[in-house]
Ligand binder design. Structure first.
Ligand SMILES: [Zn+2]
Length: 372
């Protein structure tokens, strides 16, 4: 099924009601929200800080959204600590934007993985789950909560509630607090993969800071708050906002994308998005087009044209880093990479007969009912 409003496919975790996807349903609800009231609530949670202790941790990546989080929090006068769990594949532009956060007046804790560990985790993530960023994401989520606890800080300000922006059950998408029970279930044993089994299989020595989740009775003492609940979350407007504060976009269109300012902090994002395309038939461009149509910024006709042209582009290169360079770093050959592409392609969505598979080339073709 294709959302009659925004062209989203129902192959993602999205649910549909009368032909409309949940991301559109959630989006339409936003006009009934009293945003002034929510902003007031935000200002009662984060108040002007008159001592020098940190009130809150902001997880940052060097992307536009974390820049937005830092600015909104600094506006309240409270004292945040920006924490970057840097898994080692930051792009040049990502590093510049991370550095820019300090110019905004925030202290930054930048924790970097060893090169060996970050490359090994990317390789294992891609092999075991078809997601080069899978274990990195887990390390970020786990690392942020553990550091917050160690520093005796009791709040974390996350960005959007992705359940709301990208569609998900309404009971999860309408809260300003992260639900740890569900979160731990999802990330603690993400995709049914047991990190203990993985570390035994690959003989990994994983640092506890990033791979041991706090138990529920400990983690629940930290309030994890979504900024997106209090301010109308809009990636496009966020970009217009943060560029006035020194945030820089890429100088060229980003591969697989129609925008120059999304997913530009990590050069593994291209492979991550490409595999998502192979799994659900929707890549980064399709996501962006759906969000643009929902906001009436482009027509459906234009959207279809853009999806046909750019969605699911093979990640030959991303943010100036060649695929060969990325694969060499994580110790995979192109042949092995293509094999993984074939393995993780959802053949219920893609048509194997019309897909070109060679040692060096993979050109998947959607089945006609999933084509726009
Ligand atoms: Zn929709």
């Amino acid at each position: 099924m294709i959302c009659k409003n925004c062209l989203t496919l129902n192959t993602s975790s999205n649910f549909f009601l009368n032909g409309t996807c949940s991301a559109c349903l959630n989006f339409n609800q936003r006009k009934n929200i009293d945003w002034d009231l929510r902003e007031k609530k935000f200002n009662t949670i984060f108040k002007k800080n008159i001592n020098f202790d940190y009130d809150c941790v902001i997880p940052v990546s060097g992307g536009k959204d974390s820049t937005y989080q830092v600015i909104k929090l600094l506006e309240t006068g409270c004292k945040p600590l920006a924490v970057c769990v840097n898994t080692g594949h930051m792009s040049k532009i990502g590093k510049i934007n991370l550095e820019n956060l300090r110019s905004l007046g925030v202290e930054l804790l930048n924790i970097q993985f060893s090169k060996q560990l970050s490359n090994e985790l990317s390789r294992i993530g891609l092999i075991e789950t078809g997601d080069i960023e899978w274990i990195e994401n887990m390390a970020i989520n786990c690392g942020i909560t553990n550091i917050t606890k160690k520093l005796k800080i009791n709040k974390i300000l996350w960005g959007e509630n992705s359940q709301n922006e990208y569609g998900g059950p309404s009971n999860l998408s309408e809260s300003y607090l992260l639900n740890y029970k569900i979160w731990l279930k999802k990330f603690g044993g993400q995709l049914n993969l047991d990190i203990k089994k993985i570390s035994q299989k690959y003989k990994l020595k994983l640092p506890k800071l990033f791979f041991n989740y706090l138990p529920y009775n400990e983690i629940k003492k930290i309030k994890s708050i979504y900024l997106g609940y209090f301010f109308k979350w809009d990636g496009f407007e966020n970009y217009n906002f943060v560029k006035k504060y020194g945030f820089r976009s890429s100088t060229q269109r980003v591969r697989g994308s129609i925008l120059k300012y999304e997913n530009i902090d990590n050069y593994h994002d291209g492979i991550h998005d490409y595999f998502r395309f192979l799994k659900i038939g929707m890549g980064r461009t399709h996501d962006q087009v759906s969000r643009l149509i929902r906001r009436k910024k482009i027509s459906k006709v234009k959207g279809v044209e853009l999806i046909k042209k750019y969605d699911g582009e093979f990640p030959d290169e991303y943010l100036g880093v060649k695929l060969e360079t990325i694969l060499k770093e994580i110790n995979l050959t192109k042949k092995q990479f293509i094999k993984l592409c074939v393995k993780y392609t959802n053949w219920e969505i893609f048509d194997k007969k019309n897909t070109l598979i060679r040692q060096n080339i993979f050109r998947p073709k959607l089945k006609s009912k999933f084509m726009l």
